[in-house]
Design a protein. Sequence first.
Length: 67
Amino acid sequence: MSQIQHCGVLEATDEQRDAWFKETMDYLANRYSGITQDELNRLEEIGRRYCQPVISYGKTNATSDTD
């Protein structure tokens, strides 16, 4: 996942991110001939999940137990 950070994918637009993932999956498929389509799909799923914003927990989202 460090490649995602290195390439700036986290700050990219959705269109740029889609293009990056397509290019990266194509590269991996060509570079590693033994990788299956299911494995590529799983890698992309993990990568896309990594790019999603974190869930913010804080005072504005907290619930009160004093009801």
